[in-house]
Design a protein around this ligand. Structure first.
Ligand code: UDP
Length: 328
């Protein structure tokens, strides 16, 4: 049976990918340095003979004995609060980490898919975002460490494809949510749900007119799986085009949690994109893929997950980081 290496295996997306590849019958090698990942997300896989785990930082040389058929490079901090706290690691995992994964893929003759992001479009001037749009990114702003690392990642991946003939895939991931998101990662969904559960006001940054389009994690994993198995090497958007303002999203969370919380308005972080919605025409055409899970259904599942967390987890919110983020 084929063997797959998943970097960032203990993270939100990485752990769901491990589950999917195990379910498909693959031998799965998970790798993570646990800076933002959590072993709790994959502890159910440890008893399985088909699963192995390496605690390793992919920014350093990667050695995995034996054959590898596929590599999924999903290691990276992925929320503004994280890449403000660890900007250098964010740059390194997207650049050096990607280089190491590509080198490993070349050595093993493996096909590789790298996790890119809608952040390559920056604060976009084209709406909805289509793959042919080059983006509007501030390289020296607070998000630059993530955005530029991911743009470099796409460039080096394409170079390995054209120069070395490596089989490469690039997925541009839009906002995704679901169980195993970190409650304290600063992203809007865990932030709002955590606030509702603690009985606090929901913090809307700016006037809440900025938009996002949220994709349920199972839909995203299906899109990634199909892209990896396809023969398409150019970048492909995977996300849910159902766009909503952050203000309306806060109302949805208040209804969902039946908490009657109020909303409060805070300063908008620097370079916060004003609108974001994927154009998924390409994914529909070449992968026959589109999202299936409606936000009302996905949010309910996600809320049920957050309700199982302890009060201790709920209280681990790092407000300080928001303040330093806002100052930049
Ligand atoms: N946001 C907010 N309140 C919060 C956290 C985030 O209003 O407590 C906003 C944030 O400014 C952004 C949107 O929600 O406009 C989505 O933020 P997130 O960090 O989840 O993702 P990204 O900005 O990377 O899409």
């Amino acid at each position: 049976m084929a063997r797959v290496l998943i970097t960032g295996a203990a993270g939100f997306l990485g752990s769901h990918l491990c589950d999917r590849f195990i379910k498909e019958g693959f031998d799965v090698v998970g790798m993570d340095n646990l800076i933002t990942g959590d072993l709790k997300n994959i502890e159910h896989l440890f008893p399985l003979p088909k699963f192995e785990f390496y605690n390793h930082d992919v920014s350093k040389y990667i050695h995995v004995p034996g054959e590898i058929d596929y590599i999924l490079h999903f290691a990276s901090p992925a929320s503004p609060i994280d890449y403000l706290k660890i900007p250098i690691q964010t740059l390194k995992v997207g650049s050096l980490g990607t280089h190491n994964c590509l080198g490993l893929a070349k050595e093993k003759g493996a096909r590789i898919i790298v996790a890119s992001t809608s952040e390559v479009y920056g604060d976009p001037h084209v709406h909805p975002q289509i793959e042919s749009y080059w983006g509007n990114v501030n390289p020296v702003g607070p998000r630059g460490v993530y955005d530029e690392a991911k743009r470099f990642q796409e460039a080096i991946t394409m170079a390995y494809h054209t120069f070395h003939g490596l089989e490469t895939r690039i997925v541009r991931i839009f906002n995704t949510y679901g169980p195993r998101m970190r409650l304290n990662d600063g992203r809007v969904l865990p932030a709002f749900i955590g606030q509702a559960l603690r009985g606090e006001d929901l913090t809307i940054f700016g006037d809440g007119s900025q938009t996002r389009s949220f994709c349920y994690v199972d839909d995203l994993v299906e899109g990634i799986y199909r892209l990896l198995m396809s023969d398409y090497a150019q970048p492909v958007n995977i996300g849910n085009p159902d766009e909503i303002t952050i203000k309306d999203f806060a109302e949805e969370i208040i209804k969902l949690t039946q908490t009657n919380q109020k909303v409060v308005y805070k300063e908008l972080p620097t370079d916060d994109p004003k609108q974001r919605r994927p154009d998924i025409t390409l994914a529909r055409e070449i992968l026959g893929w589109e999202p299936k899970v409606h936000r009302s259904e996905g949010l309910k599942i996600t809320y049920d997950y957050f309700k199982t967390l302890s009060l201790d987890d709920l209280n681990k919110i790092e407000h300080k980081n928001f303040e330093s983020y806002n100052k930049k």
